[in-house]
Design a protein around this ligand. Structure first.
Ligand SMILES: [Zn+2]
Length: 440
């Protein structure tokens, strides 16, 4: 009897160990939170060759893209979370409708950026309810108000064809009508599955997180992805407050999720791994925020802090999408605006207004270009850009200056490992080439 009991307990112990190992392995499989690609073309094409929807669990499916689309199935109909960018949405609809073509009862938008709202028209049925946080309405107005500005900026940064302003405003602007706009929290139940939706500002002021208690799953939108966040984006943004991100990440951590499903990249499984990754992400943002504030209070200027602030190795979450130096500047100028105590910057004449005089004083364009070429040969691409800027202010079509500038941009591309930086370098290269193609 005793032996038999021992045998039994050994058997159970063994089984527990095997099951635990399997769970750890499956969590590892899911938990490799993919880094954002370093090339904007690759980023925008991510998932373009996906043949069937990715099954996250028995009810949740993902179409991968520049903006994922998620399908949550219930016995009384489907819920769609985010709808991707307009040019990828048709593929996402096809992949997810192949899983289930039941009626779409709700579309939940994690926020009002175009890579999340682009497919609404393809998903919306007459009875579908669109749910967003209440700042969504103003956020869309803001994008529509600046439609001309953003149409160029977005297409340049992501190497997308430049849309007509009306098209841009139609996809991303105030035309999208949400049926439910909530303040802090909204919940509904469909087919016995409860959906809780929380306001979690960060990437945008209208950002939300969807929590499905049944699956212990949190859909975290763009408040968490495989890179330091884009606290400031070069295409232009109103401030994205660092402390909003950290508070929102704490809200998600407090739910103790077993699945975290971001709108870019892949899901992470297992609470231990989720806690490790989200806490590290939060702490990295908090660190950069606190160091920036410390430097501001110590009287340091923004460029000093952009150069000085580096993440400690334990908090290094990569910079393939957001970049620390831009985030430092975003936090600094988000708090303080542009004025740097230099009276010259108070006025409407920029430093470039004296560039032509400096070029003349230096002995003319040739002399400045020679210096720019020396900088280039020494590997200083940024210095080369500054010097060719001076010449091109004085002589906008100077071919030698344009050629030197092109080489500097190509040098910077060769060292670049950030999607957005790459987008602007590529855009500037094509602009320089266009100017060189014009016969003087
Ligand atoms: Zn996004």
């Amino acid at each position: 009897m005793k032996m038999c009991k021992m045998k039994h307990s050994k058997y159970w112990l063994c089984l527990v160990v095997i099951v635990s190992l399997l769970l750890v392995e499956s969590a590892k499989g899911h938990s490799r939170q993919t880094q954002m690609p370093e090339n904007p073309i690759t980023l925008v094409r991510e998932g373009a060759d996906q043949k069937e929807a990715l099954k996250i669990n028995e009810a949740i499916y993902q179409a991968i893209g520049f903006g994922n689309t998620f399908l949550v199935t219930t016995s009384e109909g489907n819920v769609i979370i985010d709808t991707s960018i307009a040019n990828r949405a048709p593929q996402h609809v096809k992949l997810l409708k192949a899983v289930s073509s039941a009626p779409v009862k709700y579309i939940i938008l994690t926020h009002g950026h175009g890579d999340h709202t682009g497919g609404i028209a393809l998903w919306k049925e007459p009875d579908t309810k669109i749910i967003a946080q209440k700042n969504f309405a103003e956020f869309l107005h803001y994008q529509t108000r600046l439609a001309g500005f953003f149409a160029l900026r977005n297409s340049a940064q992501f190497s997308l064809p430049r849309p007509a302003v009306s098209e841009w405003a139609g996809n991303y602007g105030a035309k999208i009508q949400a049926n439910v706009l909530f303040d802090d929290k909204y919940e509904f139940t469909l087919g016995g599955v409860k959906f809780e939706i929380f306001h979690t500002p960060g990437e945008t002021p209208d950002h939300l997180t969807v929590w499905i208690p049944k699956y212990q799953a949190a859909f975290t939108g763009d408040n968490f992805y495989g890179s330091f966040p884009n606290i400031y984006t070069l295409r232009g943004t109103q401030p994205r407050w660092a402390l909003d991100y950290t508070n929102s990440l704490n809200k998600v951590l407090a739910l103790k999720p077993e699945l975290v499903i971001p709108s870019h990249g892949r899901a992470i499984a297992g609470n231990a791994e989720i806690t490790r990754q989200l806490a590290r992400y939060r702490d990295a943002i908090q660190y950069v925020h606190d160091e920036t504030v410390k430097g501001m209070n110590a009287g340091k200027d923004v460029f000093t802090l952009m150069n000085e602030i580096k993440l400690p190795p334990a908090l290094n979450i990569g910079e393939s999408y957001g970049k620390l130096s831009w985030s430092v500047r975003g936090i600094y100028e988000g708090y303080a605006g542009y004025f740097d105590l230099n009276p010259a910057t108070m006025y409407e004449k920029p430093a470039s207004s004296v560039h032509a005089d400096v070029v003349k004083l230096a002995g003319g364009a040739e002399a400045v270009i020679k210096l720019a070429q020396d900088k280039l040969a020494a590997g200083d691409g940024i210095g080369t850009l500054h010097l060719t800027d001076m010449v091109l202010t004085a002589e906008p079509t100077n071919r030698k200056a344009l050629e030197t500038r092109l080489k500097a941009l190509e040098l910077l591309v060769s060292k670049c490992s950030n999607t957005n930086e790459r987008g602007w370098l590529d855009y500037s290269i094509s602009e320089a080439k266009k100017k060189l193609a014009v016969k003087n």
